[in-house]
Design a protein around this ligand. Sequence first.
Ligand code: GLC
Length: 667
Amino acid sequence: MIRRYVFGNMIETEAVLNKPEKSEGPLPYLEVREEKKSFLYRMDPEERIYGLGENVRGINKRGWIYESKCSDDPEHREDKHALYGAHNFFVADGKEPFGVFIDYPGILTFDVGYEKSDELRITASDWNLEVYIITGENVKDIVKQFRRLIGRSYIPPLWAFGYGQSRWGYKSADDVREVARKHRELGIGLDSIYLDIDYMERFKDFTVNEETFPDFPDFVKEMEEEHIHLVPIIDAGVKKEEGYPVYEEGMEKGYFCKKEDGTEFVAAVWPGKALFPDMLNEEARQWFGNWYRFLLDQGIEGFWNDMNEPSIFYTEDRLSDVMEKIKEYQGKNLDLNTFFEFQGLVTGLSNNTNDYKYFYHERDGEKIRHDRVHNLFGFAMTRAAGEAFERLEPEKRILMFSRSSYIGMHRYGGIWQGDNMSWWSHLLLNIRMMPSLNMCGFLYTGADLGGFGADTTEDLLLRWLAFGIFTPLMRNHSAMGTRRQEVYQFDRIEGFRHIIGLRYRLIPYLYSEYMKAAVRDEMMFRPLAFDYPEDRYALDVEDQLLLGEEIMLAPVYEQNARGRYVYLPEAMKMVRFCQDGIQKEEILEAGHHYVEIPLTDVVFFIRPGRLVPLAGPAVCTKEIDFEDLTYISYVEKGEALYEYYRDDGYEKDYDNPDHITVIRVQK
Ligand code: GLC
């Protein structure tokens, strides 16, 4: 059951498609503290809090304070409170489980037992919001009701389930050709290569650098012949430059965000001074969306939307203030106080929350100050693209994923998990974020495999890929200036080929699981606690996941580990894929086990009565034979069933019942 409570006059977010009637009377579970703009809930000692989508720390969110404030902060450390998304949904799993969604586009904090260990306190920056309270049988049921409320998750084309190679630093078509050639020569699977900002002409959206990427449509075709899709990045900021059509048109039509005095708000990002299209304004959104046609017309079928928190290096106004202030420090003996003050002036230039108060959106004739709707910007940018794809290419599935997001955006695209680091702890963070993102509707997701910032190592990349082969978005991406991390840069080519090869064999299963999760509003990845709520050990497991109804994953995420402890809530079949092609199966009893997992092995577990289909080898999705399958099953006596979702991966009649066939294995 879903109840909706209204406080003040919320700025509509469109996270929820069909709002239920508003409920009157006191809220269940939450105490309203209007004077503090907050809600309070008293947690039982054993109660667990799940959700909050993209954020730091564990699967159970208790013990920390989280902020919904879309932030461009590449240091995803434990002491942070916010990442790129604002996902205000959680489930309190105590004696009586219930879910809460706070529909609110401004900044919100969730103190989940930080100030006081038994108090969960939600505080908004103003008192215009809507609260949904969802009750149900258990966590899965509550999540499903919530997912129904917010609408069906985005569905990408099949090729987007293949392996993708990316790097900020491919400077020319030849650099990209080299990546394609290496993968194909070595027989390493690949379906896409991502184009980062260098494909553009001086970082201008909807341009292609004709010197470094000449004859772009031909190049797109050449790659397509190799069954490789090019996926260009689109940034939120539009370069301020006379004669550049996107800028000129936006200025002429008044489509950029403005300051109070009606002049354009200028902030710097990659191209230097830039303007933000007013993505919240319907006309401006349509206009920006139509610009994707520039690349669609050249054969492009997928994009990633970036810097859309929006990220700000500095604003024109703040920079001139700081330049002025800095003069005061000249010749001074900078001491403990003054030095840090001085340093703060400079570091405070970027992504300064105060800057959100200096620009406005215009919606239905109303001027809205950005800080009140900050968390909607990335959503609105991705919506601009999604709506344009529907208009321009209604028959086609276009790949789209974004960095920043709010719930509701999950209908238009997926997300990647932002600028992580080549740290073992970020592999663990990637694992932990999968279920909480699924809860909030984000099914098409994955992290930069191998880590974006900092230098990766061969073992980290191998282990990360061994987990990444299960995530819908499987992309190796890294930052300029870091060690190159295409798999062919390392010695264990056989190992990499084997792991990525297994991804291709698993795609029929993974795609089928994805589609079922999308059309049925279910989670593809769940913590053990959701399926084994009576098992006191399962409740605490934070480094294993259930995938669909069939698989349990127990990835290795520690340096030099030769294996790991695995907890089995019931007997399962352990399946091991070794680099030399040998596949081993062993039944393990319920309980704790130490499992050896050499660096190039992939191990997962099959639940009783379940089966997993596997395709034959392929190096791109086009080559996969979805009919010629083998099965690995765990059935001792009787029958295992699998509901196999199979369409052509490109059509859009998702609900056609013919897409489901039942596979049976009998023993
Ligand atoms: C941002 C993105 C990253 C990209 C870089 C350059 O940091 O998050 O993925 O490589 O910008 O475009």
